[in-house]
Design a protein around this ligand. Sequence first.
Ligand SMILES: Nc1ncnc2c1ncn2[C@@H]1O[C@H](COP(=O)(O)OP(=O)(O)OP(=O)(O)O)[C@@H](O)[C@H]1O
Ligand SMILES: [Mg+2]
Length: 273
Amino acid sequence: MSQIPNVLSIAGIDPSGGAGVLADVKAISALGGYACGVIAALTAQNTRAVTHIQPISPEFIQAQLQTLFDDVTIHAAKIGMLGQVPVIRVVAESLQKATLPHLVIDPVMVAKSGDMLLEEKAVGEMRDALLPLATLITPNLPEGGVLCEQRAPENLREMRALAEKLRRILNDQGERWVLLKGGHLPGSDTTDLLHNGDVMIELPGQRINTPNTHGTGCTLSAALATLLAKNLPVPDATHQAKAYLVEAIRQADKLSVGTGHGPVHHFHAMWPQ
Ligand SMILES: Nc1ncnc2c1ncn2[C@@H]1O[C@H](COP(=O)(O)OP(=O)(O)OP(=O)(O)O)[C@@H](O)[C@H]1O
Ligand SMILES: [Mg+2]
């Protein structure tokens, strides 16, 4: 077997390339995976706003998944923006059948610009039909709050309690982890928490002062899927994915893309200065 894993992103398209499938393809490629993509939604978007969303029919999403799975062995997948209830249903059904070795689900609800990316009535479907299939879920603090019907945590103590609640949404068979991301903590701390129902691992972080954080969540979940596909244990994959992302944020100002929240630098380790 090839040493290069095939990693699938199922997400939306952001034409500015900072988030969604385009960002995922960059992160997967930068970390040595072969990237595949199934498009679950189209957006008209730049670094400042999402102006339009064009849904894709659930039948066509299913056809994309089925056709890909018929031919290509997928070693890990990540799921990002799905947007609507019927899309969540069809993706959940397809992945239940496919049983991939690793599935990272980023329960995307709101874009960095503040625009909604998930129908409100779809939260229950996501929680009950989709998230239990995950090896690892990566909610940010507001998403974690919405999933557990409470306000977003504001400190590490509240984050720990929420991580425990979120873990109960996941299946009990096999290894299941929650990565609760601290990018929305007030102040300079951006600590993330990784929890599997047993251990609680802190990934300390300090806020980097840049507006260019478009797609941090997409990039992190794609990096995680790639490293899990390389058979790293979840804690090691998480430490490495976070280190990759932090450097991509640190070097984001080298790019010049738009006037809002610009993208992170996915190829910071490869491109000459
Ligand atoms: N300014 C920053 N400096 C350093 N780390 C950051 C910064 N912003 C976010 N992070 C880190 O980036 C990762 C993504 O976290 P965040 O909570 O921003 O996700 P998100 O809200 O899903 O992102 P997105 O808006 O792209 O969907 C986390 O590991 C978080 O700690
Ligand atoms: Mg996000």
